[in-house]
Design a protein around this ligand. Structure first.
Ligand code: F6R
Length: 613
């Protein structure tokens, strides 16, 4: 996730900006840059790679003389990591410099309109659209503040912006919508930052900026405005966190922080791809004719990403009626797969660097298949190699166990499925529009599942069951795919032996392992299979298991006739239900790990990106 820092005061700005950016490194980034107002005007320095590359370039900031500036660490979304795509960006006129965190959803339309007015673009970023828009209004005779105000009125999407102007050497303007931004009050100096750690060394007094608000400041003065342009006062808040807690936004672990970030990650992934009620996948072109000719779709991935593929099998087959198979990448690459140009092979990877997935992608391409990658890291090896890419916009994931990346991968599967079903005509108009509508509400529904009372409930269940030796996750149909991921979370972060089975399989073997005190988590949200799964719950109860049921709201009483405890999630259309059922399982695993004293963010023996076979 991009990081922003801004400074105005009496000290040399560049070293302070670089120090602030170093405190935002934990957020993940691929390039860094800064802009300082010097005796020669706006001076921009930026480079791809580690912050150290930029530091070396500017002698840790000491070679840039000036007391007002903005800095940025970039996590690529639009355009691969490169010097030219790095921030700050300069308007075509050279008068405005700007850093941005967020995603501009209508950038294509705005870019075209600006180009038609003769404005030139140098990068592939959505950010350059913003700086040129501010530049355009400024060149029309508006004041700096007015130009910013007019520009942001045209933006759709999310943004936190730090902006400077050639003709206002002492001023920085900051504005935000749906991306974080804080203001820091110093003594004879003021700051902005994406997150507290960047400025904690300099001030502990901050104001959290709300959506639509603007701060116009120099070293000695700040004015805040609300979305309507009226001057407002902001409350001064004291930060009492230690630096390490501040990096985690006050959460004890990145895993919990990332669980809580899921509504936004899902929103960022879905929202820009639904326009006027239609799913639009820029850069992916699958015609109905092509899709009807496909013999089989393969989804290939590792670990949790493979479990997303298991969901996709149910979803794609039901909606598109194309035979679909999920295959672990480590198996696919050596299995002499029956793949040729009549197959579509979809690769899913958070890092985009997983060795087995990359090797499987090479194999699929060698066999002549068409390939699509669903990836979180722009410019990663898998993203570069696949024929087409759909990015998840989860932002960097720091905890080794995936949560928000998983949720956004699932969101892309929904989008891709709807897109394909639409192209093929395998879904009725009504069903399509109902799903698109429910999909847009998914972030709010995830937020509901993450309400405090649900978190407390998961915590209480973790306290009750954390010392069990074995856990079984059971469910039918798509619920069985949810179980795979719920079980993996418990294994990897809590080191608790856990298995996942389709509920109907229990009798064919695993039930012999159920005894007094075995923990069984039954995911039971598929309406027409509810009674069947409850019958399985009855069987494990009769053998002494303790059962937690995950059900849709309204089904709690029926579940509690047999189960020991129950967590209800909002009822949504069946295809989207896994996104909600999964959340309590992530939270439960997190709290079990805490109870068992595990190193939640860095589980033993695991690495975030598995780049070796
Ligand atoms: C589990 C987890 C792993 C990854 C797997 C694939 O929590 O994070 O199972 O899902 O290693 O990694 P990517 O998605 O980077 O290819």
């Amino acid at each position: 996730m991009c990081g922003i820092v801004g400074y105005a005061g009496g000290q040399q700005a560049a070293p302070i900006l670089l120090d602030g950016l170093s405190k935002l490194e934990y957020r993940g980034y691929d390039s860094a840059g800064l802009c300082v107002y010097t005796a020669h005007g706006l001076q921009i320095e930026k480079s791809k790679g580690r912050l150290q590359v930029l530091k070396d370039k500017v002698a840790d900031g000491h070679s840039i003389k000036g007391c007002v500036g903005i800095g940025h660490t970039r996590w690529a979304t639009h355009g691969a990591p490169s010097d030219v795509n790095s921030h700050p960006h300069l308007s075509d006129s050279g008068k405005i410099a700007l850093v941005h965190n967020g995603i501009i959803e209508n950038e294509a339309v705005l870019r075209q309109q600006l180009q038609e007015k003769g404005i030139h673009f140098r990068s592939e970023t959505d950010t350059e659209v913003v700086v040129n828009l501010v530049g355009y209004y400024y060149d029309q005779g508006n004041s700096f503040v007015e130009a910013v105000r007019k520009a942001i009125a045209r933006l759709e999407g999310s943004y936190a912006l730090g902006i400077m102007c050639q003709d206002y050497p002492e001023t920085v303007i900051a504005v935000k919508k749906d991306s974080p931004l804080i203001f820091g009050f110093g003594q004879g100096e003021n700051f902005i930052a994406s997150d507290v750690p960047a400025i904690l060394k300099y001030t502990q007094t901050v104001a959290y900026m709300d959506d639509g608000e603007m701060a116009v400041f120099d070293g000695s003065h700040v004015e805040f405005y609300n979305a309507e342009g009226r001057k407002i006062q902001k409350a001064h808040e004291k930060i009492s966190w230690e630096l390490s807690a501040a990096e985690r936004g006050g959460y004890e672990h990145f895993m919990l922080k990332e669980i809580m970030e899921q509504p936004k990650a899902i929103h960022d992934t879905i929202r820009p791809r639904i326009r006027d009620g239609e799913v639009c996948l820029d850069g992916v072109e699958l015609t109905g004719e092509y899709l009807r000719g496909i013999r089989k779709i393969y989804l290939v991935a590792c670990g949790s990403a493979y479990y997303v593929s298991c969901h996709a099998k149910y979803i794609i087959e039901k909606s598109c009626r194309i035979p679909t198979e999920a295959v672990m990448a480590s198996e696919f690459r050596y299995s002499d797969p029956v793949v040729d140009e009549n197959n579509l092979v979809i690769f899913i990877s958070q890092s985009g660097e997983t060795a087995d997935t990359l090797a499987a992608l090479r194999e699929a391409k060698r066999l002549g298949a068409r390939t699509i990658a669903i990836v979180n890291v722009v410019g990663s090896a898998i993203a570069k190699l696949a024929d087409e890419v759909i990015y998840t916009w989860a932002g960097p994931e720091i905890s080794v166990a995936t949560t928000k990346a998983f949720s956004t991968q699932l969101s892309v599967v929904y989008l891709l499925t709807l897109y394909m079903a639409r192209q093929m005509g395998t879904m009725t108009e009504d069903a399509y529009h109902a799903l698109v509508e429910d999909l847009q509400k998914l972030p709010q529904n995830v937020e509901r599942v993450l309400r405090r009372e649900n978190l407390e409930k998961c915590k209480a269940l973790a306290n009750r069951y954390y010392s069990r030796h074995d856990a079984f996750f059971v469910g039918r149909n798509i619920d069985s795919a949810v179980c795979l991921e719920g079980s993996l979370k418990l294994k990897e972060v809590a080191y608790l032996h856990s298995e996942a089975y389709p509920a109907g399989e229990l009798k064919h073997g695993p039930i012999s392992l159920i005894e007094e005190g075995t923990l069984v988590v039954a995911v039971n949200t598929v309406t027409n299979l509810f009674d069947k799964t409850m019958a399985n719950v009855k069987e494990v109860k009769a053998r002494g298991a303790d059962v937690i049921c995950i059900v849709q709201e309204g089904m709690e009483d029926q579940a509690m006739v047999i189960a020991d405890s129950c967590i209800a999630v909002p009822k949504v259309l069946p295809m989207l239900q896994p996104s909600l059922s999964l959340i309590p399982l992530q939270v439960f695993a997190y709290y079990v790990a805490l109870c068992r004293g595990c190193d939640v963010d860095k589980p033993r023996n695991l690495a975030k990106s598995v780049t070796v076979e």
